[in-house]
Design a protein. Structure first.
Length: 118
């Protein structure tokens, strides 16, 4: 076989590179998960207050959406993508709500959102 020893060395170094790459990916994933867990604790401790205009029977004029919640979180210094905020449907009544925010695989914060009459 031509270049036998060289082929073995090339194969060995590409194996080491692949193992190193997997290790880096795992380290990044662990770091991201730790950041998500820290954010989860911070978000779970919050009580987001959103004022709304209301009509009869305390129904809102319009509704509170995941975008409104993301905007409020940003005001409080927490950058959260609105797509991670899981509202089954927009909030249309005054009250207190538990809103899940999926931050990472297996990391979900339960955000307390209170909609009050403005």
């Amino acid at each position: 076989a031509r270049g036998g020893a060289r082929d073995v060395l090339a194969y060995d170094s590409s194996q080491k590179a692949a193992v190193h790459q997997k290790k880096l990916i795992r380290i990044k994933k662990d770091k991201r998960k730790k950041q998500s867990e820290t954010l989860m604790e911070a978000l779970s401790a919050l009580d987001i207050q959103i004022g709304a205009q209301v009509g009869e029977e305390e129904k809102l004029f319009g509704s509170v959406t995941s975008m409104d919640i993301a905007r409020k979180l940003k005001e409080l210094g927490h950058e959260v993508d609105r797509r991670k905020i899981h509202l089954d449907e927009p909030i249309k009544k005054l009250g207190e709500y538990k809103v899940p925010v999926k931050l990472d695989e297996g990391v979900t914060a339960n955000l307390k959102v209170t909609v009050f009459k403005e």
